[in-house]
Design a protein around this ligand. Structure first.
Ligand code: ADP
Length: 373
C-alpha cells in the first residue's frame, strides 16, 4: 500500500502542450481512485507521471512521504494494466502469469505457488494450460490483471482496462476488480472515460476536463448530489441532468412558459438578480405527485412542471421520457407502469431538494441550504 501526494503537479509536453494543470491531491493508503473525463483531458498523462513513464514538468509528487519526481519507475513499486492485454500469444496462462517472475530469476517453486494463488483469486485455475487465443476477452483481461497482481506492488495503475470488453463482460469485470482490490488492498488509480465505471468502483473520483483541469474530487455520492460546477453536473449521471438556462428576474427564472421562484432552493436569491443561471434537475429525481414530507421532517415542497411528451423509450426497469417545456427539451425517467402517451401532456414535480442552480458566468453551483438526498 502507498500514500500519494501531488502538489501543483503540471505537465507540459515538449511541443508546448500543457496537458495537466496544477494537479493537487492526497491519496490515502489503499484508496481506489478513478480519474474520469473525456478523451484527451489528461488522465493517461497523470497516470504515466505516477508511473514514472512521463516526466513531471513542475510541482511535487510524493510516494509515502518521499519526493518521487525523479524516482525511477522500477523503484516506485507499481504495476500497470493497459487497455490492450498485451499477453504473450505463444505462452499459456500459467506462463503468462509467471513470466515477470521468471525474468526476475525467482525460484520455480515460488513461482508455482504464486501463479496458483493468483489464478485462484481470479478464477483462472481451470484455464492455466490454455493459450490466450482460446480465452474470452474477459478471461484475457483477468490474466493481464493477474500478471500485475502477482508481483508485490504498492500502487496498482489501470488505464481503461475494460474498454476492449463487451458491455456484459465489463459489468462482471468491474465487480471482480473491486473485489480484488478489497482483498489485495493496494492503492489503485484507475483511468476511464466511463462515468458509470467511475461511480461504481471508486472510493473517490477525480473529474477532469479537456485542457487537463481538475473539476472536482469527491466520493461518488458527493459528485452525484453535490456537483460543484456545471461540467461535473453534466458529466455524472445517465441520462444527463436537465439544464434550463434563464436570466433571474424578481427572484424567478423565466424560460418560455416556465416561471420558477428560486427562493426555496438558493441561499441568497437577491445576489442572482439579473444574472444568467442554469436551473437543473436529474431525470430520475422527478416525482409524479407532490413531494411528501419524510417521517418526522417538515413538509418538503417542489416545483410543478408541465411538459409535452415527444418520445418514450421503455427500458424495462425505467422509461425514458423525452419531452419539452415550451422550447426547452428535457429527459425524464419514470416507472414503466406510468409511461405517458407520446403527444400527451405530462405533469411532474421536481422536489426542491433535487433542484440545482448554477451561475452561468462562473459555472459554479450556487450555494443552497437544502439537504440533498
Ligand atoms: P486522456 O488519457 O484523458 O485521453 P492524455 O493524457 O492521453 O488524455 O492526453 C492529454 C492531452 O495531451 C491530449 O490532448 C494529447 O493529445 C496530448 N498529448 C499526449 N501525449 C503527448 C505527447 N507526447 N506530446 C504532445 N501532446 C501529447
Amino acid at each position: 500500500m502507498a500514500h500519494l501526494l501531488f502538489k501543483d503537479v503540471n505537465k507540459v509536453y515538449p511541443n508546448g502542450y500543457h496537458a495537466v494543470h496544477d494537479f493537487n491531491m492526497e491519496i490515502k493508503d489503499g484508496e481506489f481512485i478513478c480519474l474520469v473525463g473525456d478523451s484527451g483531458c489528461g488522465k493517461s498523462t497523470t497516470l504515466r507521471m505516477i508511473a514514472g513513464l512521463e516526466e513531471i514538468t513542475s510541482g511535487e509528487f510524493y510516494i509515502d512521504g518521499v519526493l518521487a519526481n525523479q524516482m525511477s519507475s522500477r523503484d516506485r513499486g507499481i504495476a500497470m494494466v493497459f487497455q490492450s492485454y498485451a499477453l504473450y500469444p505463444h505462452l499459456t496462462v500459467y506462463e503468462n502469469l509467471g513470466f515477470g517472475l521468471t525474468l526476475e530469476g525467482v525460484d520455480a517453486d515460488v513461482i508455482d505457488e504464486k501463479v496458483k494463488k493468483t489464478a485462484k483469486i481470479l478464477g483462472l485455475t481451470e484455464y492455466l494450460e490454455r493459450f490466450p487465443r482460446n480465452l474470452s476477452g474477459g478471461q484475457c483481461q483477468r490474466v493481464a490483471v493477474g500478471r500485475a497482481l502477482i508481483r508485490k506492488v504498492n500502487i496498482f495503475l489501470m488505464d481503461e482496462p475494460l474498454s476492449n470488453l463487451d458491455a456484459k463482460q465489463r459489468v462482471t469485470m468491474r465487480s471482480e476488480i473491486k473485489q480484488i482490490h478489497r482483498s489485495v488492498g493496494s492503492t489503485t488509480i484507475y483511468v476511464t472515460h466511463d462515468q458509470t465505471e467511475a461511480m461504481t468502483m471508486s472510493d473517490r473520483i477525480v473529474v477532469m476536463k479537456s485542457g487537463g483541469y481538475v473539476q472536482q474530487i469527491g466520493t461518488p455520492y458527493e459528485l452525484y448530489f453535490h456537483p460543484s460546477n456545471l461540467f461535473v453536473a453534466g458529466f455524472i449521471g445517465e441520462p444527463p441532468m436537465n439544464f434550463i438556462k434563464s436570466v433571474v428576474t424578481d427572484g424567478k427564472i423565466n424560460a418560455g412558459e416556465l416561471q420558477l421562484d428560486l427562493t426555496p432552493v438558493v441561499k441568497d436569491v437577491k445576489a442572482l438578480e439579473g444574472k444568467e443561471v442554469v436551473f437543473a434537475f436529474r431525470p430520475e429525481a422527478i416525482k409524479l405527485s407532490a413531494p411528501k414530507a419524510a417521517k418526522g421532517e417538515k413538509a418538503e415542497g417542489g416545483y410543478e412542471l408541465s411538459s409535452n411528451v415527444d418520445l418514450t423509450e421503455l427500458l424495462g426497469d425505467m422509461t425514458n421520457v423525452y419531452a419539452n417545456i415550451g422550447n426547452v427539451n428535457v429527459i425524464l425517467k419514470v416507472n414503466p407502469h406510468y409511461t405517458p402517451e407520446m403527444g400527451s401532456t405530462f405533469k411532474f414535480f421536481v422536489p426542491y431538494s433535487a433542484a440545482y442552480v448554477f451561475d452561468c458566468e462562473t459555472e459554479l453551483a450556487v450555494e443552497s441550504d437544502l439537504k440533498r438526498h
